[in-house]
Unconditional design. Structure first.
Length: 259
């Protein structure tokens, strides 16, 4: 089940309402241009398609989003959209040595079925065989300490896996965190944008592929047998922004906490 509406300041506007407001050139909730929200609606996902960015997130959420109606807050989506804009701007510069903002996909056989893993590579520099993933952030002060988040490690390794499936041989991966908004330096009076490079260890290719297959198996069990992946602890940061949190908790309760 795809996104069914947008929530603005506690009021839910279903997609038909948003479309009607867009035709009239109105705002949603008095502050979001309806025509903008109308084109941001998620498309239904193919359950056999796995995105590199899904790997480190909550698999239970990905499954529930597929079957349950959900709404989103544009306020929660905005930061990601700004990041998408940065990627699009960087992709406009051509670089003959690099693959820039290329979408790759490859089949992933799992127990007699075939899933597809896809991902958008921000930049792969062929001469140095280096993969760089851009991450826009509010502040770089705490990023990468003590190391990259597990979700980013899986994502970067998935990009490396995809590159290998397409004949490349990456040896290095790094995340470039850059603040969305700079600040004015007290010392110089000039604007500064802080950024930080964080190295990501590339896993042994076979070990990573085994991990991918394990994730694929979990998803297949959910879609074929209705066996939901387990819920994360209630105070997990992913749950704070989860659009299917209510149904997740309800199902967990009904199953006696087993998920
Ligand atoms: S509430 Fe938490 S555990 Fe449940 S689906 Fe959402 S992110 Fe996953």
């Amino acid at each position: 089940m795809p996104l069914v509406g947008w929530e603005v300041d506690g009021v839910v506007y279903d997609l038909d309402q948003v479309a009607a407001l867009a035709r009239a050139g109105e705002l949603v909730g008095g502050r979001w241009p309806a025509e903008v929200l109308a084109v941001l609606a998620d498309q239904p996902r193919d359950p056999y398609r796995l995105r590199a960015s899904d790997l480190g997130g909550c698999l239970r959420q990905k499954v529930l989003e597929h079957y349950e109606p959900y709404t989103l807050r544009p306020d929660d989506r905005w930061e990601a959209l700004v990041g998408t804009g940065v990627h699009a701007a960087l992709a406009r510069s051509s670089d003959p040595d690099s693959l820039v903002e290329v979408r790759l996909s490859a089949p992933l056989p799992v127990d007699g079925e075939t899933l597809t893993l896809s991902g958008q590579i921000d930049r792969y520099h062929r001469p140095s065989r280096t993969l760089t993933d851009y991450k826009t952030t509010g502040s770089v002060v705490r990023v990468g300490r003590p190391g990259p988040d597990h979700s980013y490690v899986l994502q970067a390794n998935a990009y490396a896996w995809l590159l290998r499936q397409h004949g490349e041989d990456p040896v290095r991966a790094r995340l470039w965190f850059v603040e969305r908004q700079g600040s004015v330096s007290r010392a110089t009076g000039r604007r500064q944008v802080r950024s930080r490079l964080v190295e990501v260890d590339l896993m042994d290719p076979k070990a990573f592929e085994d991990r991918l297959i394990e994730i694929g198996r979990t998803l297949l069990a959910a879609h074929r047998e209705g066996k939901l992946p387990p819920a994360l602890p209630a105070d997990h940061p992913f749950c704070r922004w989860c659009p299917v949190v209510e149904v997740c908790r309800q199902l967990e309760q009904e199953s006696g906490g087993a998920g």
